[in-house]
Design a protein around this ligand. Structure first.
Ligand code: TMP
Ligand code: ASP
Length: 254
């Protein structure tokens, strides 16, 4: 069988040429990195779980009218997505102080923010993804002011929806990172949600215990990383509880 053409290999995913023009196959690896590749490891089964979680969240977001690159899941580790031109910006939405925000301002992790904060980081491994402002983004031509308005409004809609969705299954959405892409259709450009949404790109804390259920367990060597990712999937109702036929849908927590 002819080998598929690889378009791009990132730290956690590989993109292959898709079966039709304008599509790509997004393959989720078990590889994990943190602190811009300084820490490397494998989280067994992560690719399979993130493929499912990202599918689920993108489909649900699509249902409320957020345009996404997701087309359909192909197999355990792969999904078909629309090919976009990635805007070279990581869009981070925060509801609770954690991670680099806590460090930057010497704030205590877990402090609720008075309102959600959107931050932008320039995607560059060499530069360690520096924090940037709208001024840098528009002056350097990474996105237009119109693109940014759209990106900001989509990011806040995603935050509102996902905060509620996770709350319903007993999980606090502390913060998360999104990436967007440009899609051309009949000479018209649209900004759509791309990349992935998973415990690799979100901070998820159990509502009762504040236990971390995301990649911080790997970053901070806390152990039980696989279990935490699986528990997120299980609560969302997308992992079988006792067998492959036992998928129940979201489990509402009291
Ligand atoms: P931060 O607190 O390290 O800036 O991270 C904010 C959120 O963005 C957190 O949910 C993890 C996610 N994130 C990524 O998905 N990729 C990255 O490279 C970084 C630094 C953060
Ligand atoms: N995504 C990583 C992190 O969250 C950074 C990296 O992949 O190098 O820390």
């Amino acid at each position: 069988m002819a080998r598929r053409r690889q378009i791009y290999e990132g730290k956690a995913k590989v993109l292959f040429e898709g079966p039709e023009p304008g599509t790509l196959v997004q393959h989720f690896k078990d590889a994990a990195t943190a602190f811009n590749n300084k820490k490397q490891g494998v989280i067994t089964g992560k690719g399979v779980i993130n493929n499912r979680i990202s599918e689920y969240l993108m489909v649900r977001l699509g249902e409320i009218g957020v345009p996404t690159h997701f087309v359909r899941r192909l197999n355990m580790r792969e999904q078909l997505v629309r090919e976009v031109e990635i805007v070279p910006i990581e869009v981070v939405v925060r509801n609770i102080v954690a991670g680099s925000l806590a460090k930057r301002f010497g704030m205590k992790e877990g402090t609720p923010l008075p309102r959600s904060i959107v931050e932008y980081f320039y995607k560059s491994d060499e530069l360690d993804d520096p924090l940037i402002t709208e001024e840098h983004i528009t002056a350097f031509g990474w996105a237009t002011p119109q693109d940014l308005d759209e990106i900001m409004s989509l990011a806040l809609r995603v935050n509102d929806f996902m905060s509620g969705l996770f709350l319903g299954v007993g999980i606090r959405l502390v913060d998360f990172k999104l990436e967007f892409g440009r899609l051309w259709e009949n000479d018209q450009m649209r900004i759509i949600l791309a990349d992935e949404i998973s415990p690799d790109s979100c901070r998820l804390w159990d509502i009762k215990t504040d236990e971390k259920m995301d990649k911080d367990r790997f970053r901070r060597d806390m152990g039980n990383v696989e279990d935490a990712y699986q528990e997120v999937a299980r609560r969302l109702g997308i992992l079988p509880e006792s067998g492959p036929t036992d998928i129940k849908g979201p489990k509402v927590m009291q």
